[in-house]
Design a protein around this ligand. Structure first.
Ligand code: AMP
Length: 506
């Protein structure tokens, strides 16, 4: 089954319902949206030569045409390759090359960047442009009949080593993820409105399917992103809002509502996840907005679907273990099994820490063209998440640490190794270790500890070096120089000791 059937089904059952909104303005009904998607699929097939199984990248910020592009790629049987639009052109180049993308859909402001790294001009589609509008009026393509194991989504995730890897998600994975939303996260009514305040290339975009299935409204904010004042306005004008938000977004939205005397009216559900939520922040959020929250824990390799902490659990304040539960990430989704194991891959006793493993319908097929990494991560038939946690007797999972050392700043993942490799290119940097430091606004910020070769380099030079290689948001906020990095007997840098060390600013 092609996941685009969910749109087609809703267009047949309730053709006149509003489907796609830009701000509070309705752009297309379900019938209108499905017709445009079928026409855009025809354009991809006939004008860009996109065949079933081909990869098509989307490199753009949130906009209404983003959703059309995702659905059109599915419709013609191709594979969506969503690219974080904040990535540096060099990082995009790797994704295009590695995935062998046949076409690229981009936003107008990123068109030149896409061309500069070699995207084929003839196969570059500019989201929302005149050409896009003309293509959306063209002849419809019949939907490609996909098999459950066909690839549908290729999501690039950075690792601790090497370049970003393409997580292969099949049609079955996406369908299972969609059903898991209804089972463990929330029900959806046609009056609901999913607002895309977080990037549609990531989790927020993956939540489109459950809303499409129920014929709910899809709202792309005019800002294209997260603006608490705009969200509060949309809650009033559109209402019944659901959104996926990183914990830092929840923090900022709640602070805005508190400042302006607002509350949770007009919001139906806020699904938070993607990084740790501090308990004080959650309590305050519930105080201000009411019981509107559901937490999910997932990762690209088992999208949005490992555990969930349901509204009922958060509301059950009389439960003797309520405090522990709200600090947890909840219980395994019904369609997956979760275990916590030691280094030998055997279960650790209840309450003890180990690596979190997952098996089930949402777990990826593997990494694109990387059998070695796939075999390692999926060994024994279980996804090795790299996250460290413990299970309690009731099955609630609490995450303690991330063995992969990922820094999550403002909801974006930053892998220290990527930043370290760039800083080491500077001739006056002999050693470097990058860690995350807790920050009230961003969740975590990036801090680099460096050992100088001769005199320390000025911050400006290090900034410039980072900006020429990696995305702006990955650049360290602080550079701290040390005479030597703390290391263990094997010469491995002790990052735990670095967190909290001040060093000398340059
Ligand atoms: P990504 O693959 O980019 O979605 O990042 C996934 C990683 O984010 C997971 O492996 C966890 O380390 C972290 N993460 C996701 N959800 C949560 C959550 N609810 N609480 C804490 N960390 C989370």
């Amino acid at each position: 089954m092609n996941i685009a059937s969910l749109l087609d089904r809703s267009a047949r059952i309730h053709p006149g319902r509003p489907a796609l909104l830009h701000g509070a303005r309705v752009l297309h009904s379900y019938a209108g949206l499905a017709a445009r998607v079928a026409a855009l699929a025809g354009h991809l097939r006939h004008a860009c030569g996109v065949a079933p199984g081909d990869r098509v990248a989307i490199y753009g910020a949130n906009c209404p045409a983003y959703l059309e592009a995702q659905q059109a790629i599915h419709w013609c049987g191709a594979v969506v390759v969503p690219v974080n639009y904040k990535l540096h052109a060099k990082e995009l180049a790797h994704v295009l090359e590695n995935s062998g993308a046949r076409a690229v859909c981009t936003s107008p402001e990123l068109r030149d960047a896409a061309l500069s790294i070699g995207a084929d001009a003839a196969r570059l589609q500019v989201l929302g442009s005149d050409g896009w509008e003309t293509a959306a009026q063209g002849a419809p393509l019949p939907m490609h009949d996909a098999a459950p194991e066909d690839l549908a989504w290729l999501f690039y995730t950075s690792g601790t080593t090497g370049r970003p890897k393409g997580v292969m998600l099949t049609q079955r994975n996406l369908l299972a993820m969609t059903m898991a939303y209804f089972t463990d996260v929330d029900n959806v009514a046609p009056e609901d409105a999913m607002v895309y305040a977080a990037p549609m290339s990531h989790g927020a975009g993956l939540y489109q399917y459950a809303q499409l299935l129920r014929g709910a409204r899809h709202v792309v904010p005019l800002s294209g992103g997260f603006d608490p004042a705009e969200l509060a306005d949309l809650a009033r004008s559109v209402g019944q809002l659901t959104l996926f938000a990183a914990p830092t977004m929840v923090h900022r939205l709640v602070a805005h509502l508190q400042r302006t005397g607002g509350n949770g009216d007009g919001f139906k559900t806020i699904v938070y996840g993607g990084g740790p939520m501090y308990v004080e922040d959650l309590r305050r959020a519930i105080d201000v907005m009411g019981q509107k929250f559901v937490q999910i824990y997932g990762q690209g390799e088992s999208p949005m679907t490992i555990t969930a902490l349901a509204r009922e659990h958060l509301a059950d304040t009389a439960h003797p273990r309520w405090t522990e539960r709200i600090a947890s990430v909840g219980v395994a989704h019904a369609c997956v099994q979760v275990r916590v194991v030691g280094a030998d891959d055997r279960d650790v006793p209840t309450g003890e820490l180990g690596e979190v493993l997952v098996r089930g319908e949402t777990v990826m097929a593997g990494y694109w063209a990387n059998p070695e990494a796939s075999g390692q991560t999926l060994r024994g038939g279980w996804l090795h998440t790299g996250d460290i946690g413990s299970l309690d007797a009731d099955g609630f999972l609490t995450l303690r640490d991330r063995s992969k050392d990922v820094i999550i700043s403002g909801g974006s993942n930053i892998y220290p190794r990527e930043v370290e490799e760039v800083l080491l290119l500077h001739p006056r940097v002999s050693e470097v270790a990058v860690v995350g430091e807790r920050d009230a606004e961003w969740g975590e910020i990036v801090v680099a500890f460096l050992v100088a070769q001769g005199e320390p380099a000025p911050d400006a030079e290090l900034d410039a070096l980072c900006l020429s290689h990696i995305a702006r948001f990955k650049r360290p906020k602080h550079y701290r120089w040390l005479p030597a990095l703390p290391k263990n007997a094997y010469g491995k840098v002790l990052k735990t000791e670095l967190r909290g060390l001040r060093g000398t600013p340059s």
